[in-house]
Design a protein around this ligand. Structure first.
Ligand SMILES: NC(=O)c1ccc[n+]([C@@H]2O[C@H](COP(=O)([O-])OP(=O)(O)OC[C@H]3O[C@@H](n4cnc5c(N)ncnc54)[C@H](O)[C@@H]3O)[C@@H](O)[C@H]2O)c1
Length: 279
């Protein structure tokens, strides 16, 4: 691919690290002008500098409506418009106690960043797009938003909210030629996925990462380790004109982790029958 996004202006929130960073790099490679929005000043500014005239950094806390308004205004004034809003910033809820003991201490911040941040980003970008011929809104959810699990209660609820919200606005904004879609990543090693532990040695972190990757791989039919670039490729598709007829889509990019139950119930029952009946 080359120049898939030529002539387009994009905002990528959470663009300083991980999936967002990989997306910023690919969007620029594909010809877009990109505003990196993040709370990581040094990393965001350094990335913008590295990418040259096609990129800018704007410090933004996506949970603050006034920050998001300034961000959209900035993109329009620096690059003359806004065609793609990639609401990707997010935080984890941390390691939580089992449900019956959970104190939900991170509830408000997780909802503010992961759900309200997506709502502000979508609404404020859409107000500009509606007056300027349309655009594409891409919201990052998670496989936890479509496949509940007994471990991330607030995070999963926030991401399920992102899915429902995005489909609602796909309906509301269709008449304005604004497409709204969701990407649900799964198992992308970044700073969000419990790979970081303050105070741990490099050897401990390496061991931790290898252990988490091995556990997560068990849940993937496709035994390939994903990376930020895999999500970035999906975002380029949803941001660009090849997906012109697609809105309201919830797209997993997860090596099949949410395709179904990875266990083979039929084979397990056959084994039980064989043992019990001597078949
Ligand atoms: N990595 C995975 O396996 C995975 C799986 C499912 C969903 N996701 C989602 O992907 C998105 C990107 O996460 P990632 O894995 O790249 O993690 P990451 O921690 O590497 O990147 C997240 C970025 O968001 C920024 N951010 C956090 N709070 C912010 C705020 N209030 N305002 C602006 N920026 C803020 C961080 O500074 C960071 O640069 C998140 O929405 C996350 O929930 C990731």
């Amino acid at each position: 691919m080359a120049n898939e996004l030529a002539g387009k202006v994009a905002i990528i929130t959470g663009g300083a690290r991980g999936i967002g960073r990989a997306s910023v790099e690919l969007f620029v490679e594909e010809g877009a002008k990109v505003v990196i929005a993040d709370v990581q000043d040094d990393e965001g500014a350094a990335l913008a500098k590295e990418l040259g005239s096609a990129a800018r950094f704007k410090r933004t806390d996506v949970s603050k409506q006034e920050d998001v308004q300034s961000l959209v205004d900035y993109a329009v004034s620096e690059f003359g418009g806004l065609h793609i809003m990639f609401n990707n910033a997010g935080i984890g809820e941390g390691t939580q106690a089992p449900f019956l003991e959970c104190d939900f201490s991170t509830f408000h911040r997780v909802i503010d960043v992961n759900l309200l941040g997506v709502i502000w980003g979508s609404q404020i970008a859409a107000r500009h797009m509606a007056k300027n011929g349309g655009g594409s809104i891409i919201n990052t959810s998670s496989i936890a938003g479509t496949q509940p699990n007994a471990g991330v209660f607030t995070y999963g609820a926030a991401k399920a909210g992102v899915n429902n919200f995005t489909q609602s606005i796909a309906i509301a904004l269709g008449p304005h030629m604004i497409r709204c879609n969701v990407i649900c990543p799964g198992n992308i090693p970044t700073s969000i996925g419990l790979y970081n532990e303050p105070g741990a040695s490099p050897e401990q972190l390496e061991k931790l990462a290898a252990g988490i990757k091995a556990v997560r791989m068990n849940y993937q039919p496709l035994k390939r380790q994903g990376a930020g670039i895999d999500i970035a490729q999906a975002a380029v598709f949803l941001g660009g004109d090849r997906s012109a007829q697609i809105t309201g889509l919830i797209m997993p990019v997860d090596a099949g982790a949410t395709a179904g139950n990875v266990s083979n119930l039929g084979a397990e029952i056959a084994a039980v029958r064989a043992a019990a009946l001597g078949e």
